[in-house]
Design a protein around this ligand. Structure first.
Ligand code: SAM
Length: 200
């Protein structure tokens, strides 16, 4: 059996993210999480928001770790991971009223980010919300020198990675019939951007 993977940062940012999701997902019933990573967030959020059915997903290589967390939690509202690579996944019919993703847009290539927005736009029912957590650039600027340095580190690891411009994500959202309705400043120079399907 795989040990449960643990990321210190996902443990730290879980509580402030939860407080935003408590508000944003208050009237939702089914969440798709894209890029569940270790699976820690999913267990915390499915525990604290028991009215939601939480569907994890990620590339197959992360499934053993996510399954270890899901199985150990024994939560009836937490589902084992979907095999979901946004680059190759088919666009589905609408099946959920919320999507959550953390720290994915700067790791994925820009083509994958575009695809993620298309997938989210089709997976959400009208009025559904997409909460994306992570660092963003706004008005062409990094919000801190540490995020500028982080961007350079990402680029040196892989030139396809990098901190995205929030306005460019808004354009992608618009192309998939979503509009940004809120932006939360989060600890450690991160944000949660919230787009709503069907809003202009
Ligand atoms: C930095 S980790 C974040 C994990 C987790 N959401 C968190 O905040 O701890 C980035 C995640 O994006 C996922 N990812 C990268 N490319 C992807 C793709 N093409 N489709 C789906 N997920 C992808 C990775 O597998 C990984 O789980």
């Amino acid at each position: 059996m795989t040990d449960k993977p643990f990321a210190e940062y996902a443990d730290r940012n879980g509580v402030p993210i939860l407080e935003v999701l408590r508000n944003e997902f208050a009237n939702c019933t089914k969440v798709l999480e894209i890029g569940s990573g270790t699976g820690q967030h999913a267990v915390r959020f499915a525990t604290e928001l028991p009215f939601l059915e939480w569907l994890t997903s990620d590339l197959d290589e992360n499934h053993p770790g996510i399954c270890a967390w899901v199985n150990d939690s024994d939560l009836a509202n937490l589902l084992p991971p979907l095999s979901l690579d946004v680059l190759t996944a088919e666009v589905s019919a609408a099946f959920c009223d919320a999507v959550f993703s953390a720290n994915t847009a700067h790791i994925m290539s820009i083509d994958a980010v575009k695809r993620m927005f298309e997938i989210v736009g089709s997976a959400l029912t009208n009025g559904g919300v997409f909460c994306l957590y992570g660092p963003f650039r706004q008005n062409g600027e990094f919000n801190t020198s540490s995020n500028a340095a982080f961007h350079e580190t990402l680029r040196s690891r892989n030139p396809e990675m990098g901190i995205r411009h929030l306005e460019a994500l808004d354009d992608l959202a618009r192309e998939s019939n979503m509009a940004r309705v809120r932006l939360y400043a989060m600890p450690a120079n991160n944000h949660i951007a919230v787009w709503c399907k069907g809003k202009k």
